[in-house]
Design a protein around this ligand. Structure first.
Ligand code: AMP
Ligand code: FE
Ligand code: FE
Ligand code: ZN
Length: 280
């Protein structure tokens, strides 16, 4: 579904690499006339309380979510988890390792970049309250230093995986992450399966493996999905009977994606919630 109404099921706040607070997203979502939204910060649930409280004060619904850093066959894949209970299962313990690796990896990249650019670790994490430090935070320091006009320009050059300054970070296996989400009582949805920046589309066979592990849905409507890569994904989605979600992947000023660009119908959100152990 393009635009309003419905739910935007993929947004980021200052708790990961978005530039706006959860309360700002709630206010903006209400202003757009959305029925609700999910906060899906990378590898952290820190923004949930503020997001839920402010969503409810604006009279809209909130679905708690997270976007997990995962890989399958050595390719980066992002997995959305909705309705997880952070106190259940091993998911949050597994995320400690992901967050710790993010930290060491970002420090390493900053050390490499500092040889050629006047940036420091303090400039990268200075004012940030995120536990999930990543390349976007390094991009912001490079932009503030006048080296690039925006995050995208920094990503196109020095933050690109083929750049000499790039350092990989630890990622969970996608299949394990699906299991961890389900153990935590949540439902798993594959994020932007054919995003341009992933350099390779998710193969239908990988989606079959994910469905076998318990994947509930797939984000076929996402501004970065490549239209020419979508047909095989649509076919396998239908074959497996997966739910289809639509979202913006809003990052505030960090990306061109606008809140509510794609949305998910309330009926689909109900089906997702039906898969959650303790709907909240
Ligand atoms: P990391 O998790 O540290 O490897 O960084 C990946 C994150 O950077 C993704 O979650 C995106 O939100 C963000 N990102 C990737 N490419 C771009 C881009 N061209 N412009 C802005 N943000 C980007
Ligand atoms: Fe991001
Ligand atoms: Fe993502
Ligand atoms: Zn995202």
């Amino acid at each position: 579904m393009t635009g309003r109404p419905g739910y935007d099921l993929h947004t980021h706040s200052v708790h990961s690499d978005g530039t706006t607070r959860p309360s700002d997203i709630a206010a903006e979502a209400a202003g757009l006339g959305l029925a609700g939204f999910a906060l899906t910060d990378h590898d952290t649930v820190d923004g949930w309380t503020e997001a839920r409280d402010t969503a409810h004060s604006h009279g809209i619904d909130f679905l708690p979510g997270i976007e997990l850093t995962t890989k399958h066959n050595w390719k980066s894949r992002h997995l959305l988890g909705y309705g997880i209970d952070p106190g259940e299962g091993e998911l949050m313990a597994a995320l400690d390792k992901v967050l710790e690796s993010r930290f060491g990896r970002a420090r390493h990249m900053v050390d490499l970049l500092a040889v050629d650019y006047a940036i420091t670790w303090d400039l990268v994490v200075g004012a940030s309250e995120t536990l999930a430090v990543g390349r976007p935070h390094i991009a912001d320091a490079l932009v503030a230093g006048g080296y690039f006009v925006d995050r995208s320009a920094a990503f196109a050059e020095v933050l690109h995986p083929r750049s000499p300054y790039y350092v990989p970070t630890f990622a969970l296996e996608t299949i394990d992450a699906i299991t961890l989400v389900r153990q935590a009582g949540g439902v798993a949805v594959l994020a932007h399966p054919v995003a341009e920046r992933q350099s390779t589309p998710t193969p239908p066979d990988a989606v079959r493996d994910f469905a076998h592990a318990g994947l509930a849905g797939i984000e076929l409507e996402h501004p970065e999905n490549r239209e020419d890569w979508l047909p095989p994904l649509r076919a396998v989605t239908e074959e497996l009977g997966l739910l289809v979600t639509g979202s913006s992947d809003y990052h505030g000023a960090g990306k061109p994606n606008r809140l509510g660009h794609f949305t998910t119908p309330a009926a689909t959100v109900e089906l997702l919630r039906a898969g959650v152990a303790t709907p909240r």
